[in-house]
Design a protein. Structure first.
Length: 197
């Protein structure tokens, strides 16, 4: 399957609940996939995009906190591991797999990121502010966790209705045959795992 056919999946697509397995192979095709993920992220006006969100079970995500090509810094984190959370901060988040839904999420203000880049170099950094928030949101994706899973009790009630709308829309796509069945999606994810994990 060519990387050009990748697209962002929308909640409640099952790939969003998939816990990704570590990547053990980085090849030219994986680099093309990463390049395509940046394109899709920019097209959708995002600042981060995890592999689950393009229906790939790979433990990696891309990020550019400036959100525009040619601005900011493009970063790729492969097999990210977060540690040493400190402080707590509440800020509004959105997600390209939950278009137009925004809600306040409490997260540690600072976090240490360990990962690899696409050249296999080790990354070890202390992050704060927007970047700390992005890497936590995206690493959550790789564990099958969405920002709506981290809302306060009142926040969860507030998003009930929009989430129902996303569900209805997804069910409509299933009825119309414009999305694959859960079995087909899981079979495809397993194939990718065999190739890269
Ligand atoms: Co997201």
């Amino acid at each position: 399957m060519p990387e050009t056919s990748l697209k962002i999946v929308i909640y409640p697509h099952p790939a969003l609940q998939y816990a990704s397995k570590p990547v053990v192979r980085i090849n030219a095709k994986l680099k093309r996939i990463v390049a395509r993920m940046f394109e899709l992220m920019y097209e959708a006006k995002g600042i981060g995009l995890a592999a689950n969100q393009v229906n790939l079970p790979l433990r990696l995500f891309v990020m550019n906190s400036a959100g525009k090509p040619g601005e900011g810094v493009e970063r790729v984190f492969i097999n990210p591991v977060l540690s040493q959370p400190s402080g707590m901060e509440e800020a509004e988040e959105g997600c390209l797999s939950l278009p137009e839904l925004l809600a306040d999420v409490r997260r540690p203000a600072k976090i240490t990121m360990s990962a690899f880049d696409t050249e296999g170099n080790e990354i070890h950094e202390r992050l704060s502010g927007l970047e700390a928030r992005i890497v936590q949101h995206e690493t959550d994706h790789l564990d099958g966790v969405l920002f709506i899973d981290r809302l306060s009790a009142s926040g969860k009630i507030e998003v009930q209705e929009p989430l129902r709308d996303f569900m209805d829309e997804y069910m409509r796509h299933i009825r119309e045959g414009t999305v694959a069945s859960d079995e087909e999606i899981r079979a495809r994810l397993a194939e990718w795992e065999q190739e890269y994990c």
